[in-house]
Structures are given as structure tokens and as C-alpha cells.
Design a protein around this ligand. Structure first.
Ligand code: AMP
Length: 113
């Protein structure tokens, strides 16, 4: 599957990232424009465009992304953290390769903007 997004380029090693975790299914790296002291993105190696395009066969992979998000939060020393998946431009998605934001290290208000 072609993936012309910036995250596709990161996965192919065409542009660098600040990696914090990697396995055969996913990659986690620091967000280039962090919104909190800890802001990591967890992305599947499979180029799923957004949560909207997740298929039944992706169930295990989607669960794995959440487990990795929690693992990364722990690795970063966070007890409390927020996971965010923006789906669609109207919800704030700017990179159309599924990603889980892991955000923490400061008080986080609710509801979000
Ligand atoms: P979203 O707006 O939910 O699609 O999130 C995309 C995120 O990707 C934003 O928080 C950006 O700051 C981040 N981002 C964009 N380009 C890069 C990059 N090259 N390395 C790390 N994070 C990036």
C-alpha cells in the first residue's frame, strides 16, 4: 500500500524521528510540536488512513497500539496521561496515517477544545 504521508516517510527512514519505541507492528516517536512535556505518537507500520478506515482484521493491531501507548507512557514516567486519536480534518487530523497521541506531564483539562 502506498503511503505518501510524512509518517510513511518516517517509517521508510526517509526522514528522521526521535524514536522511543519500535516493534514489528508499530513505531512510537516524539511529536515535533509537543503540546505537553511528554507528547509521543504511536503509529502502525500498516498505512491505515484513520480510525474511520480500520477494518475488522485490524482489531489486534488497534489493541496493540493502545497497549504500546500505555507502555510508552510508563516508560516516560507518566502515571496520568491522555491518549487521543483525531479522525478526520474536522476533528483535527492533519496527517492521514493513523496515530495515537500520548500526552502528559502537565495537568490536562477536560473537555478538550
Ligand atoms: P493530528 O493533527 O492528530 O493529525 O496529529 C499529527 C501530529 O503529527 C501533530 O501533532 C504534528 O505536530 C505531528 N507531526 C507532524 N510532522 C511530524 C514529524 N515529522 N515528526 C513528528 N511529529 C510530527
Amino acid at each position: 500500500m502506498a503511503d505518501d504521508t510524512i509518517f510513511g516517510k518516517i517509517l521508510r527512514g526517509e526522514i528522521p524521528c526521535d524514536e522511543v519505541y519500535s516493534d514489528e507492528q508499530c513505531l512510537a516517536f516524539r511529536d515535533v510540536a509537543p503540546q505537553a512535556p511528554v507528547h509521543v505518537l504511536v503509529i502502525p507500520r500498516k498505512p491505515i488512513e484513520s480510525l474511520r478506515s480500520g477494518a475488522p482484521e485490524d482489531a489486534v493491531l488497534l489493541g496493540h497500539l493502545l497497549l504500546v501507548a500505555a507502555r510508552v507512557a510508563k516508560q516516560e514516567g507518566l502515571d496520568d496521561f491522555r491518549t487521543v486519536i483525531n479522525s478526520g480534518a474536522g476533528a483535527g487530523q492533519t496527517v492521514f496515517h493513523l496515530h495515537v497521541h500520548v500526552i502528559g506531564g502537565r495537568p490536562l483539562a477536560w473537555p478538550p477544545g
